[in-house]
Design a protein around this ligand. Structure first.
Ligand code: RB5
Length: 153
């Protein structure tokens, strides 16, 4: 069976955790497509990787994971891209609800906040949870999509 592709990226602050999550994705049966960065030896500005990953996810109508120090900056950037619902998840509950209620397609993790095993648990729940079938959640995501039609490109 063809493996689901997960686009992944980080800045310098998220590099180490990104590598761990990438390995975790491989072990969990996914194919990680790594869009950088490749080291933490110098500053790599988070907007650059975040926009790359977000555009790939939007084009593929797939899923992605971004890791920076807090998960915040990359979420701000990714949410500029039409079709992206990036959520900064900091525990299992927010991971679950970001999928069930918001149909999140881009998970943002904070490497300076989360321990490795917490980040893995969040990732697992986020990947394994489906968007709710409930009408109210579908209506709300549809409202977001309507708003996106007026976004600047
Ligand atoms: C880098 O120092 C840090 O600002 C970045 O990784 C991220 O946390 C931004 O939101």
């Amino acid at each position: 069976m063809k493996k689901e592709v997960i686009f992944i990226g980080s800045d310098h602050a998220g590099f180490r955790l990104k590598e761990k999550i990438k390995a975790f994705l491989g072990k969990s049966g996914y194919r990680a497509e790594d869009l950088g960065v490749d080291d933490d030896k110098k500053y790599h500005d988070y907007p650059k990787t975040a926009i790359k990953v977000a555009k790939k996810v939007a084009k593929a109508k797939g899923k992605g994971i971004l890791v920076c120090g807090t998960g915040l900056g990359e979420a701000i950037v990714a949410n500029k891209v039409r079709g992206i619902r990036a959520t900064n998840c900091f525990n299992e509950y927010t991971a679950l609800k970001s999928r069930e209620h918001n149909d999140s397609n881009l998970l943002c993790l904070g490497a300076r906040i989360l321990k490795e095993n917490e980040a893995k648990k969040i990732t697992k729940i986020w990947l394994e949870t489906n968007f709710s079938k409930e009408e109210r959640h579908r209506r709300r995501v549809k409202q977001i999509k309507e708003m996106e039609k007026n976004m600047c490109r």
